[in-house]
Write a protein that binds this ligand. Structure first.
Ligand code: CDP
Length: 211
């Protein structure tokens, strides 16, 4: 059973996807980490994330990078959003994601194009969204909790810029799959969002079993 969770930055998709994986005892992949690793690798080698050749070369990163603390930084997130627009980068990362999704028993993946490109036949798909101001507030709280200083306005501007890049790119843009369930978490705390997500997934699984 594959479960796809897509949505924009700080929508709650990661927390929701992890909770779903725990609930069903499935392995979980945060696909954003792969793009963040490519972005961080480009920055560390002094390259420009908007250069397709530099970004493609960075796809050969080694696994230990996936555990690097710096992957969570805003710089890595911004670089990820730039490298992820290159079709060659998306192609280079596709097999790894499909192999993870295709393991026996299934998996939960979160990202931007899981329900549309990576696992179009997923048993359940969620598209998690929230108003930009609410997502900026959550992301700002996360950053401050890590002991870093940044203004709320700067976080909001970054989120808007990233949304625009992710939604408007030509290849695998962030968009809700036709058969995905929409979950708007603007007015939900995380517990309510997880409960609702699990109910939506359960309904999909029940419907498939009755087919
Ligand atoms: O949680 P947040 O949205 O801040 O970041 P993320 O999920 O780690 O993704 C970082 C960036 O990678 C996004 O802005 C996307 O541009 C890109 N990404 C993508 O293009 N496709 C995916 N499946 C996952 C992430």
């Amino acid at each position: 059973m594959i479960i796809a969770v897509d949505g924009p930055a700080a929508s709650g998709k990661g927390t929701i996807a992890r909770a779903i994986a725990r609930h069903y005892g499935l392995p979980y992949l945060d696909t954003g980490l792969l793009y963040r690793a490519v972005g961080l690798q480009v920055l560390r080698t002094g390259g420009d994330p908007s250069d397709p050749d530099a970004a493609l070369a960075a796809c050969a990163f080694t696994d230990p990078l996936l555990a690097d603390e710096q992957l969570r930084s805003e710089a890595a997130g911004a670089a990820a959003s730039v490298v992820s627009a290159h079709p060659a980068v998306r192609a280079a990362l596709i097999e790894r994601q499909r192999a993870f999704a295709g393991q026996p028993g299934g998996a939960v993946l979160d990202g931007r194009d899981i329900g549309t490109v990576i696992a179009p036949h997923a048993a359940a798909k969620l598209f998690v969204k929230a108003a930009p101001a609410v997502r900026a507030r959550r992301r700002h709280d996360e950053i401050v909790a890590r002991g870093l200083e940044i203004s709320y306005d700067r976080v909001l501007a970054d989120i808007r810029e990233r949304d625009k890049r992710d939604m408007l790119r030509d290849h695998a843009p962030l968009t809700q799959a036709a058969d995905a369930d929409l979950l708007d978490t603007t007015f939900m705390d995380i517990e309510a969002a997880v409960d609702r997500a699990l109910a939506l997934v359960e309904a999909r699984i029940r419907a498939a079993a009755n087919d």
